[in-house]
Ligand binder design. Structure first.
Ligand SMILES: [Zn+2]
Length: 388
């Protein structure tokens, strides 16, 4: 193994609670990597020798972003739908079903290339861990295929057969839930770590969502829930009750929902790209943080409602529109995402952590919000390998 000393770091974001501030900042810092892990952090003046030396030039170094919510296994795009929506026109064509049809028609190689493209796109913007859901196949074979392909690119794979009711079951939603909790789950569970459901009017109600999540839990999957995105509903309470790692979206919350999240280990994952891309009201991160909930920020990268892979964009929007401070938003995009995936090896920079690092072309992590839309990636390491 070769050790690498990254020194002359202007501001190091450790997310280590024993260091100052929410972000555990160290000024004039250095980090040593050995193989795939971080072995030392501290003041540059105290750093040990290493085989290689990288001069950070006074820039900021932070943990690679942890994007805990993305839908990357799909084909086609929905440019026309977005254009119509942003032009004030109604658009009646298929929404998710457009993507389901294109995804089913794609070859394995086409889907694999698409996932590789978006994982690479995210990596070049500093994302070193990305979760990936199924949900555009909606048949036993197509959902299993989506998860098999996703698993070649990330360990964080999520079975989302319960994204919407498959078109073939439009008149028999109960039959579709039976499929999702039966034969489809059997085919998908070997390729998935998580089980998810879109609990929403027009998708799956509280009882159906409970059935889907409970069946997944019985097969060894851990739940996460698309909850309270478009309206108030039972999703958040169900997520907390079933011990979900995360309740995602959390846009429409009652006081009881906020209290439930704050009193639990379930992370509130906010996805501002979705509200941005649909001109919808943003979730109130300030309310959740003030109540004591753990907040994560993620992209929700998908071709319909949030076609961005940029965590920096989500940070900027969260600061401008959702009441988060820059420190809170950076923490949510790194340590928050790790909590939402129940990962202790990523989202922080301390000895023993996986060496997932983002060197910003800026002196401070605040620049992620202060300089929106500007490419700020100077270098990226994933598991100790320099990727950018
Ligand atoms: Zn989603």
């Amino acid at each position: 193994m070769t050790s690498t000393l990254i020194t002359n770091i202007g501001t190091l974001v450790t997310n280590d609670p024993s260091c100052p501030g929410l972000l555990g900042l160290v000024e004039d810092a250095a980090v040593v990597l050995d193989g795939s892990v971080v072995t030392w952090t501290g003041r540059a003046a105290d750093a040990p020798a290493a085989d290689q030396r990288v001069d950070a030039g006074g820039r900021a170094l932070l943990p690679g972003f942890v994007d805990s919510h993305a839908h990357l296994v799909f084909a086609g795009d929905r440019t026309a739908e977005f254009n119509a929506r942003m032009s004030g026109q109604s658009y009646s064509a298929g929404g998710i079903r457009t993507t389901v049809a294109a995804t089913r028609a794609a070859t394995d190689a086409e889907l694999d290339a698409n996932v590789a493209r978006f994982v690479g796109e995210a990596l070049r913007q500093g994302t070193t861990t990305v979760e990936c859901k199924s949900g555009y196949g909606l048949t036993v074979a197509d959902e299993a295929r989506a998860l098999r392909i996703a698993a070649a690119h990330t360990a964080e794979t999520t079975y989302l057969g319960a994204h919407v009711v498959a078109p073939e079951f439009a008149d028999d939603p109960a039959g579709y839930v039976d499929l999702v909790t039966g034969e489809m789950l059997d085919a998908c569970a070997p390729h998935a770590r998580w089980v998810d459901v879109f609990c929403e009017q027009g998708a799956f109600d509280g009882d159906q969502a409970r059935a889907v999540l409970t069946a997944g839990i019985e097969r060894g999957l851990t739940p996460r829930v698309h909850a309270n995105q478009l309206s108030h509903g039972p999703g958040v309470q169900l997520a907390v009750e079933l011990g979900a790692a995360s309740a995602d979206h959390c846009t429409h919350l009652t006081d009881a929902d906020v209290a439930a999240l704050a009193g639990s280990a379930t992370v509130a994952t906010l996805l501002p790209g979705a509200e941005f891309s649909t001109r919808a009201p943003y979730p109130d991160a300030r309310r959740l943080l003030d109540a004591g909930a753990t907040v994560a920020l993620s992209t929700d990268c998908n071709p319909g409602s949030s076609f961005t892979s940029s965590m920096a964009f989500c940070i900027a929007v969260a600061v401008r529109e959702m009441g988060m401070t820059p420190d809170e938003a950076v923490h949510a995009a790194t340590a928050g995402g790790a909590r939402a995936l129940r990962r202790t090896d990523v989202g922080h920079i301390s000895p023993g952590a996986r060496a997932d690092l983002l060197l910003l072309d800026a002196p401070s992590p605040v620049h992620l919000a202060y300089r929106p839309g500007v490419p700020l990636t100077a270098a990226v390491w994933r598991a100790g390998v320099r990727e950018v």
